[in-house]
Design a protein around this ligand. Structure first.
Ligand SMILES: [Mg+2]
Ligand SMILES: [Zn+2]
Length: 194
C-alpha cells in the first residue's frame, strides 16, 4: 500500500486570483494567470523524495460554468507539471471534479460524489493507486478540503494565511500551516522524516 499527500490546487500549489464579480478566490482561467506559489515546488519535491505520492484533488467547475474549456484545463496541467519539473518535483496524479449542481453545461450539472467536501476524488485515487487513506494526508486552504479528507480517513492540514481569521470549530481542531512548504515540513516532522 502507498501513502499519499492529497493536495488541493488553487491557493495551495498555485495562486488563486480574486474574482471581484463573485467576491471570492477563484481558479486562474488564463495561462498567464497561472503562478506557482512560493515554496510549492520545494514542498512537493520534499514529499517526492520521502516517497509520498502527491495527488492533486481539486474542484474545477470552470468548464461546467463555461468559464474555460476542457483543453484549457489540460494546458494548465501541463504548465503546472512543467513548472514543478523545472525544480525536480512531480505530481503522481491529478483528479478533478468537473461537476457543479448549477452548471450551465448540462452534462456537468449534477450533485456528484466527488465534489469536495465529499471524498469521491480521494476514494477514486486510493482505488487507482493502492493508497492507504488512514496513513495519508490532505493539504488544502478550505474547510471543504478538510472535510473531504476527514470523510476519507486522512489527516488534514489547513493552509491559513496569517491574515485570515478562523473561528469555526473545525478550524480550531485542525492542524494549520501558513503555506504548502510549512505544511509539508510539519507533516514530515510528525512522521519523523525531517
Ligand atoms: Mg483551494
Ligand atoms: Zn464531481
Amino acid at each position: 500500500m502507498n501513502r499519499a499527500v492529497f493536495l488541493d490546487r488553487d491557493g495551495v500549489i498555485n495562486a488563486a486570483p480574486y474574482n471581484t464579480e463573485e467576491e471570492k478566490y477563484d481558479s486562474p482561467y488564463t495561462l498567464a494567470g497561472f503562478r506557482l506559489l512560493p515554496g510549492a515546488k520545494v514542498a512537493i519535491r520534499l514529499l517526492n523524495e520521502k516517497n509520498w505520492l502527491t495527488v492533486v484533488v481539486s474542484n474545477q467547475p470552470g468548464v461546467a460554468k463555461a468559464k474555460c474549456s476542457a483543453p484549457f484545463l489540460e494546458e494548465l496541467n501541463e504548465r503546472m507539471r512543467a513548472g514543478l519539473a523545472a525544480s525536480g518535483a512531480h505530481l503522481d496524479a491529478i483528479y478533478y471534479c468537473m461537476h457543479h449542481p448549477e452548471a450551465v453545461v448540462p452534462e456537468f450539472r449534477q450533485v456528484c460524489q466527488c465534489r469536495k467536501p465529499r471524498p469521491g476524488l480521494l476514494l477514486a485515487a486510493a482505488d487507482d493507486l493502492q493508497i492507504d487513506l488512514t496513513s495519508s494526508y490532505i493539504i488544502g486552504d478550505s474547510l471543504k478540503d478538510v472535510d473531504a479528507g476527514l470523510a476519507a480517513g486522512c489527516t488534514p492540514i489547513l493552509i491559513r494565511p496569517r491574515s485570515r481569521k478562523g473561528d469555526r470549530s473545525t478550524v480550531n481542531a485542525t492542524r494549520t500551516a501558513t503555506s504548502l512548504l510549512a505544511a509539508a515540513k510539519q507533516l514530515l516532522t510528525k512522521e519523523g522524516e525531517l
